[in-house]
Design a protein around this ligand. Structure first.
Ligand code: ADP
Length: 218
């Protein structure tokens, strides 16, 4: 479904977010207080405007209250990030996602009503750290602070063995949700299905459970 977003702050983050939303078929009003980033995105965004979003009158003029989702991608200027988020919530934008530089910034944003706080640098650090720590981990999605959906290369020691034999859930607590073989994906595999080298496993479980399994099969 085509959605309308307002992206405020066109640094590296806001710009790449805007490009991705547009590439996915959505509409984006991209705003920055400086002229250059606005010019650079003008041909890509649905509309691009130079404006200071800490000004209530400006947000009213931009029709902020008509958007169902606004993203505050102002990073360095804490005051501008906080004030803009506050105003967007006053304009009753249902979903406001705000980028935080650190925990303190995030906690202020949450107190003034931001619906989603993101920490791009911290989260990329965690993601890369996890990927580098494991030979088999391809990617993962954090489902909650403790639970992940992890995509791992099937360890060589699993080659030719069935799910029943491996008994992963009983031994480790995590579950193999799907087995990918090239372009084919076997969702909710059966007990007698076997795993072969080159397969990719989709695992759901806690960080500890997944790490335990990986260590055992190293
Ligand atoms: P990144 O780390 O993603 O590059 P920056 O903090 O460098 O993020 O960029 C944030 C952008 O937000 C800058 O382009 C800046 O001009 C813009 N910005 C800062 N304050 C405001 C404001 N009050 N209204 C609109 N845009 C703003």
């Amino acid at each position: 479904m085509r959605k309308q977003f307002m992206v405020i702050g066109l640094g590296r983050f806001g710009t790449s977010l805007t490009r991705t939303l547009i590439a996915n078929g959505h509409e984006v009003l991209a705003v920055d207080k400086n002229e250059q980033p606005v010019q650079e995105i003008a041909n890509i965004a649905t509309a691009a405007l130079q404006a200071d979003c800490t000004d209530e009158a400006v947000l009213r003029e931009l029709g902020a209250s008509n958007f169902s989702h606004a993203i505050v991608a102002i990073g360095d200027d804490l005051q501008a990030s906080i004030l803009t988020t506050l105003l967007l919530k006053e304009f009753k934008v249902p979903k406001v996602t705000a980028k935080a530089r650190n925990e303190m910034h995030g906690s202020v944003l949450s107190k003034i009503g931001a619906d989603q706080i993101i920490y791009p640098e911290r989260d990329m650090g965690i993601r890369l750290g996890n990927q580098l720590s494991s030979d088999n981990l391809i990617d993962y999605i954090e489902l909650s602070p403790d639970y992940n959906l992890a995509e791992i290369k099937a360890p060589a020691a699993m080659n030719g063995r069935s799910l029943k034999e491996l008994n992963i859930r009983a031994k480790y607590g995590c579950t193999i949700m799907a087995i990918k073989k090239g372009d084919q994906i076997n969702v909710s595999p059966k007990a007698e299905d076997a795993i072969y080298t080159g397969d990719v496993l989709l695992l759901i479980g806690s960080n500890d459970e997944i790490r335990h399994l990986e260590n055992d099969y190293e």
